[in-house]
Design a protein around this ligand. Structure first.
Ligand SMILES: [Zn+2]
Length: 148
């Protein structure tokens, strides 16, 4: 398997990041830094992550979390923490930087019509205090995971 499997993201005119099909669910997934795997994968598997490009599978029903073009695969059972994108549980963590759960935000909105936790995350994001690139299994900002 080589670069023949890499395809351009069809809807990202600006970024033009390569995407790769997850062999398990056939979804087209975005790349993720290898550094995230070292922080998120259980020991000792995290000590033998090959040096190559990795992709994050965001499909909720797929057991694959990370995969590489050569076929290296990390599944949910290989992860140190539950992956927000892989769960519909109300108690799931959605913000890994500050430990905020989905239900916490839902309750805040129900009681006050707004989420103080979300406002806090937005503020910290603007202050560049977040550590999503190592703390979040997706390697990305968590704000898209917050309930509306
Ligand atoms: Zn998948």
């Amino acid at each position: 398997m080589g670069d023949c499997c890499l395809e351009k993201a069809e809807d990202s005119r600006q970024e033009k990041l390569p995407v790769l099909e997850c062999r398990q669910c056939q979804g087209l997934m975005k790349p993720i830094h290898r550094n995230v795997l070292i922080h998120q994968v259980t020991s000792p598997l995290n000590q033998s992550i090959p040096v190559e490009t990795f992709f994050f599978c965001s499909e909720i029903s797929c057991p694959v979390v990370y995969f590489s073009p050569s076929g290296f695969v990390v599944e949910t059972s290989d992860m140190r923490y539950a992956v927000s994108e892989k769960s519909a549980c109300e108690e799931r963590t959605i913000c890994y930087c500050y430990g905020i759960t989905y239900s916490q935000v839902v309750n805040e909105i129900a009681k006050k019509g707004r989420s103080a936790s979300k406002a806090f995350v937005i503020e910290q994001t603007q202050l560049k205090n977040c550590a999503c690139d190592v703390r979040n299994p997706s390697g990305r900002c968590c704000l898209k995971e917050f309930p509306k």
